[in-house]
Write a protein that binds this ligand. Structure first.
Ligand code: RUB
Length: 304
């Protein structure tokens, strides 16, 4: 459990969907291998260890919540069986959601178009790869995505699927926007008012796309929507070690900041592609209510 938590923290496992599935798998294994006497108590510690790793990824909260909610009053054995079953269901649901998003999103991608993507989103890539497999002749411009350069992963994945890909530095987005027909990005979290939180730089890309009248789509499974924002909570933006950006000594020990996500307002988003279909960002509220109902706002997690 702690090993998985550490891999999520140090980004060996990264990307909101993979983080959520890794947490689900870790909880499944924890329940399968548990040989102590206080399963629920120890499960709570395990959930906290996982949850504390990446503060912005709502997918992590949603995965944990969907697996460990309402366990109170259960005996150890019953609770273990429930956790194993729900964890498997979460993983299956997550994989199916990405596939479905691919199917739906690919319909928005037309033959001959150039798509710009940022960072490395499995949901955004599922749509692009699906369109390519459907026989559409497409090209991708992938941003480098400083500081961790997840754009390299994107470029490698697309090239291995045979999608023509050009890698650019993040600051070249506006320069290239005139060549772009569509923007497809992923999401780490979506608030109830339709604000999308994704890799730092996403909001600048949305602004450029808006200025150039280029449609901007977010590909996001329903577990990227944050139920807690309904009750007034903000999504926390993770700030990571500044050494990911540069060695402070190289810049005369100037102050360095490293926020790794930013917020794109709904007015710059043409649609959010979910497994339920393409929705307006302003429909985020309905997606949350559909999944959780309103009482989620006031619920206190037993494991937090
Ligand atoms: C990854 C990132 C991705 C989203 C969506 O950030 O911002 O766009 O997580 O990815 P990091 P997916 O590399 O810091 O985790 O669609 O795969 O869930």
């Amino acid at each position: 459990m702690l090993a998985v938590a550490e891999k999520i923290r140090n980004m060996e496992i990264r990307g909101a969907a993979r983080i959520a599935r890794a947490a689900a798998e870790a909880l499944e294994n924890f329940a399968k291998n548990y040989d102590g006497t206080d399963f629920i108590g120890d499960l709570g510690l395990a959930c906290r260890a996982l949850y504390g790793t990446r503060p912005t990824a709502v997918s992590l909260w949603n995965a944990i919540h969907s697996i460990v909610h309402d366990l109170e009053g259960m005996e150890n054995e019953e609770a273990r069986a429930v956790v194993i079953k729900r964890a498997k269901e979460f993983t299956e649901r997550s994989e199916m959601a990405v596939e479905r998003i691919g199917e739906i999103g690919a319909k928005r991608i037309f033959d001959g178009c150039t798509i710009l993507t940022h960072c490395n989103s499995s949901a955004a890539l599922a749509t692009i790869i699906r369109a390519h497999k459907d026989g559409k002749n497409i090209e991708v411009i992938a941003t480098e995505s400083r500081p961790k350069r997840q754009g390299y992963i994107t470029a490698r994945q697309l090239m291995s699927e045979g999608v023509r890909t050009t890698l650019i530095v993040d600051s070249a987005v506006r320069y290239f926007m005139k060549e772009v027909d569509l923007v497809f990005v992923g999401a780490d979290a979506i608030a109830s008012n339709g604000v999308v939180i994704n890799k730092i730089g996403t909001s600048q890309i949305a602004l450029c796309a808006h200025e150039a009248r280029v449609p901007f789509y977010v590909c996001a499974e329903s577990y990227k929507f944050s139920p807690k924002t309904l009750g007034g909570e903000y999504i926390k933006i993770e700030e990571r070690d500044v050494k990911e950006v540069v060695d402070p000594a190289d810049v005369g020990n100037a102050r360095i900041r490293n926020p790794v996500f930013d917020a794109t307002p709904p007015e710059y988003i043409d649609g959010i592609i979910t497994e339920y279909g393409i929705i307006s960002p302003y429909a985020a509220y309905e997606i949350i209510i559909h999944q959780f109902g309103q009482k989620i706002m006031f619920e206190k997690e037993w494991w937090l």
